[in-house]
Design a protein around this ligand. Structure first.
Ligand code: ADE
Length: 224
């Protein structure tokens, strides 16, 4: 998968891709991440990329021209499956969306700032608008990092044990069951006996049951 990220703050976004699973995915050649600084696509003085909004009102709006130039130059080089705009008024990211995005080959992610982008950008170029939750961030970059993490870890070969993504919380609309590791007895607090039994069908049954119990207690909305 290739991800092109359009941003005014590439430095804010780089570190998540220089560590952990995302770095490993890049090193293995499973993912390519390219950053594009919107300020490189403006002819205006001071590398201006935003302007006052028509009709008045507080807050600057990102102009269409630099965004058009950047997206158009990318589209000349390859086809994109989706051009995603990170925005608090987008569809809230969930595991189903992450699963389906993980199957794509080339995507562009546009990070908004200030009051957002000129509406014509959304009308003309954007194919998906995604929010990472009902709160307002100072820009789309952290949302883009969250989206990339959620998507990239699902690409086959990225996780060592491929089945581990399949048993994640939210796959099957269930929370994951509790997990334990050594010691089996910590200051009198014991691991459930069944997990030490070696009876794998029974263990699987216990896990499913616990996943249901946990979901009913913490996220009953997922079971509806
Ligand atoms: N930009 C600002 N707030 C955001 C949010 N909640 N999700 C995605 N992008 C955003």
């Amino acid at each position: 998968m290739r991800v092109d990220i359009i941003t005014v703050l590439p430095e804010l976004l780089k570190s998540p891709f220089e560590a952990s699973i995302l770095k490993r995915a890049i090193d293995k050649g499973l993912v390519e991440i390219h950053f594009h600084n919107l300020r490189d696509y403006t002819d205006k003085s001071y590398n201006q990329i935003d302007d006052y909004q028509f009709g008045g009102g507080a807050g600057m709006v990102m102009m269409i021209e630099p965004i058009d130039k950047c997206i158009s130059s990318l589209k000349e080089q390859r086809e994109y499956d989706d051009i995603i705009y990170m925005t608090p008024d987008g569809a809230t990211l969930n595991q189903k969306m992450a699963n389906s995005l993980s199957l794509q080959k080339n995507i562009i992610i546009l990070c908004g700032h200030y009051k957002g982008v000129d509406q014509r950008v959304r009308d003309l170029f954007i194919t998906k608008e995604i929010s990472i939750g009902d709160y307002v961030l100072s820009g789309g970059e952290l949302g883009a990092a969250v989206l990339c993490d959620a998507v990239i870890r699902l690409i086959p070969g990225v996780l060592n044990n491929e089945t581990s993504a399949l048993t994640d919380t939210f796959q099957d609309n269930l929370l994951a069951p509790p997990v334990y590791t050594r010691p089996a007895d910590y200051k009198g607090n014991k691991v459930p006996e069944i997990l030490l039994s070696g009876n794998f069908p029974k263990i699987e049954e216990w896990r499913e049951n616990e996943a249901h119990k946990r979901t009913e207690k913490l996220r009953p909305d997922l079971l509806k």
